[in-house]
Every structure is written in C-alpha cells, then in structure tokens.
Ligand binder design. Structure first.
Ligand code: ADP
Ligand code: MG
Length: 385
C-alpha cells in the first residue's frame, strides 16, 4: 500500500492552435486567466502549480475547490492519465512520474459512470477480474461481497439502462473496488445525484473505506461532502493549495478569506478594511479588540484588517451591541436572522428550537453578543493573521 507524494508538481496545458473569431475569444479568456496567475508566462493554461502534497496509506483525503481549480488535473496526475509538466510523483518514495496508469494499482470513479451498456450489473462489476482470468468462484465471491456492502444484490441482473443514477454510481464504485486497488480516486462521483442519495452514498463510501482500508482521494466542490468524508481536506483554488488540514481545522480556522468564504455554510459575515491603530487596537461590529504583537507584525505596516465571523458565533441576546432585524429565513434546521448593525448587514444563525421560530420580526430591536475568539482576521492579501 503506497504513500503518494507530489513534489512541486505543475501542469501546463499548452494553448491549442487557434484561428477565427470564436477561438480568438477563447484564447483571450485563457490569456486573461493565465495573467491572473503568478510565476508563469505564455506557454498555456496553468492548471495546477507548485503542488506539494503527501497522502498517507489508508487516508481519506478530500480535494475541495470551485470548478476550474485544477482538481481533476491533480487526480489525473496521480492516476497516471496525465504527466506533470514539472515536478515529481512518488509512490512509496519511488519515482512514478513516468509509470503508466495501468501499472499504478490505482482505480478511478468519475461523475459520469462509464458502464458497458450491453453487460449486466454483475458483468460490469466482474469485468476487471474477468480480464485477469480470475477463477469464476472467486469472482462470484467478490461480486457478492461488494453487492452486499452496497445493497445491490437485487439489481445484479439488470442492465445499465434499467438503473437509477444512484444504482449506476454504486455499480461504478463496485467495479473500481473489485480489483482491490491500493488507491481509489473519485472525481465528483455523486455530483449528478440528488441530496438525499448523496447523503446515503457518502455514508456507504465511509463504510467501504473502513472495510477496505484503501487510500481514498475524493474530489468535490461541495463543502458538505468534504466535511462529512475527509480525514483531511486540501482546499484548491486557481491550481494552488490554499489549505491542507483536518476537516475541523478547515471549518474552524480557515487559513484565508477564500477558504472561509468557501466553507460558508452556515454563513460567514465579513467586514473589510478595518483601520487598525499603531498599538494594534481596532473596532469591529461594536467590539473593541486588539491584535497581538505577532498579528501586528504580519500586517507588514498595512494598518487594516478584514474580519470574518460565522453566523453561529453571533448570539441574539438581551445585552451587547444593539442591532435591528431586517428579515428572518429558515434554512433546514437553522434560523438565519438578518440584521442591520450601524449600517452594516449581518446574519446571525440559531438552531430552530421547537416551534418558536417566529420570535423574531422585521424592525425588532435586539442586542448581539459576539464570540470574539471566533472573529477571524485576514490581511490585505486575504491570509489569516
Ligand atoms: P476542476 O476539476 O477543478 O474543475 P480541471 O483540473 O479540470 O479543474 O481544470 C483546471 C484548468 O485547466 C481549467 O482552467 C481548465 O480549463 C484547464 N484544462 C483542464 N484540462 C485541460 C486540457 N485537456 N486542455 C487545456 N486546458 C485544460
Ligand atoms: Mg473536475
């Protein structure tokens, strides 16, 4: 079972030769994107850059980021489908950069399940073992074991066109696992499924991970997928790692404003460019606070900070900073209380308790207390200080 290590990995997709108006527009877009990225010039689209990442044996790592962040590119580099432009891929300390995909003991599951339409679910799952000429009884044993784990026994004789989205994805998952690969790569596997099904499949995936002890690397743009599945979350944006830490730390101590915003359920409030005096004191949302000397140094003479606080760290109570309720909305089990505080908009989040959800009303005068330990501070570049 390997430890996977990416060392200073960069992938540049060369520009395609372009002509005509439409393509020129595309090319301008690409150039614009490229110019927004540091370090590199006019060779092509920089999908990921300077990636240092180690995935330990048996870990469940989630790579989280918006569309275009370079998530699929990273997975394809790990699987061997793509060669990095620069940098090294190590499996257990050995240089695997030029080892072909089929020699890596890695399986992959995609968002769009590519099942063989003329084969039953059983045959689809069994296929990787058939190719290896595994004895029939052994194949049967493995297929049934996976079918039981995924609750698929009743559908083994169906054809792909007779399956729901969830069943198709379970079939792909079983087919990827039957070879018992030492690494399973999952590229947004549940994105096409509805929310209830996603929740259920997440639970099953977690169970499979515990049963098989395989290394899982799971790519998604959903915060919830990442928080519920991951031992560790790697947040990616513009091909650069923004944060690499435990799920709890990514949620509670976001390393940058971008990460805070991306982990914004329940909602994050921000106050920008707050002036800080030379001794480090500043005031935000009616709270007088002070930077410690270390934080002050990190500002590098730029005497402003951005502040962020999650709505759940603001309590509406009988004392504190006065504010006015503008409106109230119910989101799942949470009550979002929209407020106006000295001209600034703010959202406090409370759990809904019994049926007194309507204790707040528009125009109501209330008082707020802030969990000041949970006011996150960022410098001008958006980095946590
Ligand atoms: P994600 O999976 O996070 O959405 P990708 O890894 O697919 O991101 O893409 C990262 C960037 O690389 C995007 O700007 C995308 O347009 C570009 N890209 C991806 N694949 C190719 C390719 N084969 N040729 C050119 N550009 C590509
Ligand atoms: Mg992708």
């Amino acid at each position: 079972m390997p430890e996977i290590r990416l060392q200073d990995v960069t992938k540049i997709y060369p520009f395609v030769k372009v002509s005509g108006l439409f393509d020129r527009k595309q090319k301008t877009e690409m150039l614009k994107k490229q110019q927004s990225m540091p370090y590199l010039s006019n060779e092509g689209v920089i999908a990921v850059q300077h990636i240092d990442l180690t995935v330990r044996d048996g870990e469940f790592v989630v790579i989280l980021g918006p569309s275009g962040a370079g998530k699929s590119t990273l997975l394809r580099i790990i699987s061997g489908l793509e060669r990095p432009t620069l940098g090294t891929v190590l499996f257990d300390g050995k240089d695997f950069t030029d080892v072909r995909a089929e020699d890596r003991d890695v399986s992959m599951v995609f968002q769009n399940y590519s099942l063989y339409p003329n084969q039953t679910v059983y045959q689809n799952i069994a296929f990787p073992l058939e190719v290896k000429h595994t004895p029939r009884e052994e194949i049967e044993k493995e297929v049934y074991a996976l079918a039981d784990l995924l609750g698929m026994r009743p559908i083994l004789n169906r054809y792909p066109k007779e399956l729901s989205g969830g069943e198709k994805q379970r079939t792909s998952l079983a087919r990827a696992l039957i070879r018992r690969p030492s690494v399973l790569l999952l590229d947004e596997p549940f994105s096409n499924l509805d929310i209830l099904l996603r929740r259920q499949l997440r639970k099953e995936l977690k169970r499979i991970h515990e049963a098989y002890k395989t290394t899982f690397i799971y790519v998604t743009h959903y915060q919830t997928d990442a928080l519920t599945l991951a031992d560790r979350i790697v947040v990616l944006k513009d091909g650069i790692i923004q944060m690499d830490d435990t799920a709890a730390n990514v949620y509670n101590f976001p390393a940058s404003r971008f990460v805070a915003d991306f982990m914004g359920t329940p909602v994050f409030n921000f106050a920008d460019r707050i002036p800080v005096s030379k001794d480090g004191s500043f005031s935000v949302w009616g709270n007088d606070l002070k930077l410690d000397p270390g934080q002050l140094r990190k500002l590098n003479g730029d005497l402003t900070v951005d502040a962020g606080i999650r709505g759940t760290n603001i309590a509406v109570s009988g004392q504190g900073v006065p504010a006015e309720v503008t409106y109230v909305e119910q989101i799942e089990a949470d009550l979002y209380i929209h407020l106006l505080l000295g001209g600034e908009e703010l959202v406090a989040v409370e759990k809904i308790v019994s049926n007194d959800a309507l204790r707040y009303y528009r125009g109501q005068k209330v008082f707020l207390t802030f969990d000041t330990d949970r006011i996150h501070l960022f410098d001008g570049a958006g980095n946590r200080i």
